[in-house]
Write a protein that binds this ligand. Structure first.
Ligand SMILES: *Cc1c(COP(=O)(O)O)cnc(C)c1O
Length: 494
């Protein structure tokens, strides 16, 4: 199967090339030319399979230039017991007859980014081999917390790769910072930037487009690549867990094969919910896709009106991974809903670049209404959902709480009784401070000290890698000013 750019369909390539490049050179997103279909027979064949097998079979439908053995071995490495704290990998927890929660944070960094970032480095490493690449890939990441750690954990020790992560000095939680600065591995680097997330992100983009830096690096045997969710190698592993959740529900007698489910997804860059959309397009019986936002409600407005307008205040919230005004992966959805009209997509993206705003066609508006429902939830609503779920015996993190709250609104407004799975994207232990407050405790101290307090208050087990942070030695203590990020990269890649 070939992949092509959402902005120019004549740019076609194999999966390996698409994963190696990350982003198309015209700025478009690389997208599969056809969407493979899964019938009931295929789904039945997965019902009794383990997660690793499901992953290899589903990804194999798209990655036709990778062998089944390769994919099985990658899935074995990515989702094994040394990485994930449950054999189920992505377990579905039943809350009541029509409500289930898909837990995606059982991996090494306790956020759902692990589901893809344990897989992507292996796909990329194989892609270097398959395309005869002899240079080393250097992954540059700007992170607001979860992606940086998950990417380092995935790339640590992977041959022919290096990874450098920039995070905003005062913009990540203490637990997230502790996770990053204690990262092991010879091919990793971490640096705090004196600035906010946008500064770090802008700095990384500047380095990517700096031809002088690129040439110097090429002379030393390096090329730059991305582990951001614009890379198809990050979206595909996420399609797997929606299909896997459906198979679990059928296996456990909670659904009959063919029954519909809704998915409710806490959304930032639109990667996770886009994967659910692909699962639906592949033929998985999915009803509505409920898109949950925090106070940064640009997607809620878009899904309701068809107008995307980023010209609005940016709010910092207790669900920081969803604090985002430009959701890059929306471009892949627009491409699909426009009937793969690259010219139409180019027009929307040009308007976005120029005025921060675009309005989609009536045909796309109708399709959005059919497939999606958008809702948002403020800080008080997020805290209230954490408190309400805790009373029911389930401790959830702020991102998951946004999903839970929007799911409730959806049901009240539409009366839809379809079985619904909401997605849990992080362990509550990554955000002890806010979670403690929401359940009526007063946080004492900061950072990793709060792990014990939350554990003492709730009795919920601390993920073992987070518990181990307390004894870990800090390996990185580098801070730079905004204009000096390229110097840090040049120094790192010697
Ligand atoms: C990244 C992230 C999200 C948002 O996912 P997108 O794919 O960007 O929509 C939600 N919750 C958590 C905990 C995250 O780390």
């Amino acid at each position: 199967m070939k992949y092509y750019s959402t902005r120019d369909k004549s740019l076609r390539m194999d999966a390996a090339e698409a994963i190696k490049m990350g982003l198309s050179r015209d700025g478009g997103l690389l997208t599969p030319e056809t969407i493979p279909q899964v019938g009931q027979a295929f789904l039945r064949s997965l019902v009794d399979a383990r997660y690793q097998t499901r992953a290899a079979k589903i990804m194999g439908l798209y990655l036709t230039d990778y062998t089944e053995e390769e994919l099985l071995s990658f899935a074995g490495n990515a989702y094994g017991p040394d990485k994930f704290d449950t054999e189920a990998v992505a377990p579905v927890r039943t809350l009541d007859g029509k409500t289930h929660c898909l837990e995606l944070w059982h991996g090494p960094t306790s956020a759902f980014k692990d589901m893809a970032l344990q897989m992507l480095p292996q796909l990329l490493s194989a892609a270097l081999r398959k395309t005869g690449e002899d240079q080393t890939a250097c992954i540059l990441v700007a992170t607001s917390g979860d992606t940086g750690k998950a990417a380092m954990e995935g790339f640590a020790g992977v041959p022919q790769t290096k990874i450098m992560v920039f995070y905003p000095k005062d913009g990540v939680s203490k637990v997230q910072e502790a996770q990053m600065v204690t990262q092991e591995g010879d091919n990793v680097g971490v640096c705090a930037v004196a600035g906010n997330f946008d500064d770090a992100q802008a700095g990384v983009k500047r380095i990517f487009s700096d031809t002088a830096v690129r040439e110097t690096l090429a002379g030393r045997g390096f090329f730059l690549s991305s582990a951001n969710s614009i890379n198809w190698g990050r979206i595909l592993p996420q399609v797997v867990y929606y299909i896997s959740a459906y198979c679990d529900l059928v296996r456990d007698g909670k659904l009959e094969m063919g029954d519909q489910v809704n998915f409710c997804v806490p959304t930032g860059n639109f990667g996770d919910i886009l994967a659910a959309y692909y699962a639906k397009r592949m033929g998985l019986p999915v009803g509505r896709l409920i898109c949950a936002s925090n106070r940064n409600d640009v997607l809620t407005d878009f899904l309701r009106t068809g107008v995307y307008d980023r010209n609005r205040p940016f709010h910092t919230t207790m669900s920081p991974s969803m604090d985002i005004l430009v959701s890059s992966n929306l471009e892949r959805l627009l491409f699909d809903l426009s009937g793969e009209d690259d010219g139409e997509v180019r027009g929307y993206m040009a308007a976005l670049a120029e005025s921060g705003k675009y309005e989609v066609s009536d045909a796309i508006k109708a399709a959005l209404k059919e497939e999606f429902w958008g809702g948002c939830c403020d800080e008080a609503g997020t805290a209230a959902a954490i408190g309400a779920y805790y009373k029911k015996g389930y401790l959830i993190d702020p991102h998951t709480a946004v999903a839970a709250s929007v799911m409730k609104q959806y049901r009240q407004e539409t009366g839809d009784e379809t079985v619904t799975v909401f997605v849990s994207t992080a362990s509550p232990y990554k955000f002890c401070n806010h979670v403690l407050t929401a359940i009526g405790e007063i946080p004492k101290g900061d950072g990793v000290e709060l792990l014990d307090q939350l554990n003492a208050a709730t009795g919920v087990t601390v993920p073992r890698r987070l518990a181990a942070l307390k004894g870990k030695v800090r390996r990185f203590d580098l801070t730079c000013e905004k204009p000096d990020m390229d110097g840090v990269v040049l120094n790192f890649l010697r």
